[in-house]
Design a protein around this ligand. Sequence first.
Ligand SMILES: [Zn+2]
Length: 265
Amino acid sequence: MDCNTMQTLLHPYLDGELDLMTSLQVEEHLRTCASCELAYQNFQVLREGLRDSALYFQPPANLEARVLSPMRRAEAPRRPSFRLGSWRRWSTAAVLLVAVGLSWRLAHAPAPLPDDRALEQEIVSSHVRSLMGSHLADIASSSHHTVKPWFSGKLDYSPPVDDLGAQGFPLIGGRLDYLNGRPVAALIYRRQKHLINLFVWPAKAGDSNGAGETKAMESQGYHLIHWNAAGMTYWSISDLNPSELSSFVQLYQAQDQPPARPASK
Ligand SMILES: [Zn+2]
């Protein structure tokens, strides 16, 4: 079984929907493939996170009474002869409302998101997930000599890892994550109390190189900066204010330049 097939089978596997033979093949693959095992674990964490009761809103106890009491008042008959007609009118109105509601929903079914918007949301979820539990870093270290080699063998590329501690953005560690349908490197940096996730993966063949030109956006209260450079795609995200996040990106980009060649003698 290959990793692409695994991607389509992970959700049904988690939901217990696969037959025995396929389940066994999935388990066999999970034992031997670190990146699919990681995707599997991430899905599990996400499912558990969604079960968290803190995410569900408990309505106030008197909500039902508050909604129903004006309706009961309206229902109370003023004149018995009026009641049946009124009820008929209300039921017609209700049927119409449902019909209007249905056609509105059909007309306004959410359009598929363009790639970047969907990816942006994936990045926000991933950032939030990394802050929620204990899974911020797989390798916790402030040294790029430790973090960079940790990724080798886990990814088929080597993310540029720089320690920006001297510039006020200490490296916290690294983590394997799963974004855009592939395992990616997540580097974690800190600015005072704010954490920055920097996701790095190889750019697609068609992606413009961009030469480091950045695109800033805001989503769900987080600031994101995206750029492509030297064949890699970068997404940084934080609750840090935009100007400091932008300084971080500039510092990272500056480190990432190939070292200047020593002047020849
Ligand atoms: Zn795999």
